[in-house]
Design a protein around this ligand. Structure first.
Ligand code: 5GP
Length: 131
């Protein structure tokens, strides 16, 4: 059965899309730790990030870098934190989280629930800065 992220990538389940190329897809985390929290995923289903082949692993980081640069411009923050957890969804993904303090990337924190208009405004602001 397809993972929830494959169903998002195929368009079956809606998301706030940021960017994609032939191999990777980026979209807002539905329950962000901070405004502008983005997930970057390979289109090919792989549970564990470190099971990706060497070139896909390198390429997903380069793809994530481009997204991180856009988040930095769109969301007030000191830098973008990077995390790999993967305990909830068995489809490899990189969390990109705007940071102003160490606590902003504490996955034990309560997640935000933002209204759809605000999620779309954040996604649109990030997309605007993609180069
Ligand atoms: P992890 O597997 O790294 O522990 O966490 C999975 C992440 O995916 C969580 O931060 C969660 O909020 C996010 N997530 C789970 N289901 C969905 C979904 O249907 N849509 C989006 N956009 N994010 C999701």
């Amino acid at each position: 059965m397809a993972t929830i992220f494959s169903r998002i990538i195929s368009g079956e389940i809606p998301c706030y899309r940021i960017a994609e190329n032939e191999k990777f897809f980026a979209f807002l985390d539905i329950n962000p730790l901070a405004k502008g929290h983005v997930l970057v995923v390979p289109k090919k289903e792989t549970d564990y990030l470190f099971d990706l082949g060497d070139s896909d692993l390198s390429e997903i980081m380069v793809f994530a870098k481009r997204i991180a640069r856009a988040i930095e411009k769109a969301v007030p923050c000191k830098r973008i934190g990077v995390a790999v957890i993967g305990l909830e969804v068995p489809h490899a993904h990189i969390h990109l989280v705007p940071l102003n303090s160490m606590d902003d990337i504490n996955f034990s924190n309560p997640k935000l629930k933002l209204p759809p208009e605000e999620m779309e405004a954040i996604a649109s602001a990030i997309r605007k800065y993609l180069v």
